[in-house]
Design a protein around this ligand. Structure first.
Ligand code: FPP
Length: 249
């Protein structure tokens, strides 16, 4: 860890509440690569290092849940070569990181429409989930083939089916029941959303769960994102006045 990162970590530990759950839209891999005259896949490869940095930063800061957006449902429309490179990277990530994540106490879950993955990628998902299932230090949710609207439609269907089958009264459908059918059921909502590369968009990510999240956008491109940047975002979060629609006394 650099001196500055260490100093920021000390500051955030003194500074107050650390977010229980951080969500991240990892953006800017393509721009990072083209700035260097490299193929887009090189940006994604470099982005894997930033994932490692962020996981280690969350462990050091005591964040309980980290949810990262690795591949959206819309990303299936990218050129086949880029999709193949991203899936190969997923397999590489599992091969390279699973045992270290297990040692660190990180429990990995993949959230999304995993049925669309090729068998090798699907096997990688099952492997990392099984190998890290016992982790208790940090929950790492990797959103893969994920779209928030589709997630909500799925939740609505699951509830409708339960009502139709007489397992549930229609008036029992409330916010908690709906949240209980989302892929994030059981985790607290994100307190902080970080988006890299300066774009001011939510991009169909955790639309329900981010209702009261604090938003933090940084111009840093994802492959350059370090734990120091993570701590800077948390320090900014600690200065926010979270009111959840109420007023402070
Ligand atoms: C957005 O950058 C990033 C992605 C679509 C992929 C994210 C993947 C990784 C960070 C690496 C893999 C990580 C794991 C855990 C397997 P972009 O391509 O949209 O960049 P651009 O907006 O500059 O074109």
């Amino acid at each position: 860890m650099t001196d500055t990162a260490g100093a920021r970590l000390d500051l955030l530990r003194e500074g107050g509440v650390v977010p229980r759950h951080i969500a991240i839209i990892m953006d800017g891999n393509g721009r990072w690569a083209s700035e260097r005259g490299l193929p887009r896949s090189a940006g994604h490869q470099a982005g894997m290092g930033a994932v490692r940095e962020t996981v280690e930063g969350c462990l050091a800061a005591g964040v309980g849940v980290l949810t990262i957006f690795a591949f959206s449902q819309e990303n299936w429309q990218r050129p086949a070569a880029e999709i193949d490179a991203l899936m190969a990277l997923l397999e590489e990530y599992v091969a390279r990181e699973a045992s270290e994540l297990r040692t660190q106490g990180v429990r990995v879950r993949m959230l999304g429409d995993l049925e669309r993955l090729q068998p090798a990628a699907r096997a990688a998902v099952d492997s990392i989930e099984n190998r890290t299932a016992g982790g208790g230090a940090l929950d790492l949710n990797i959103c893969l083939s994920y779209g928030s609207r589709a997630e909500m439609v799925r939740a609505a269907r699951l509830l409708a089916r339960r009502v139709r089958d007489g397992e549930m009264d229609i008036d029992a459908i409330d916010e908690a029941a709906f949240a209980g059918q989302l892929l994030t059921a059981g985790w607290p909502d994100p307190d902080l959303l970080i988006r890299t590369s300066g774009e001011m968009r939510i991009s169909n990510f955790l639309l329900w769960q981010l209702a009261y999240a604090e938003l933090y956008v940084t111009a840093v491109l994802w492959p350059d994102f370090t734990r120091e940047d993570l701590f800077t975002a948390v320090l900014d979060y600690q200065r926010r006045d979270r009111r959840f629609g109420r007023i402070n006394a």
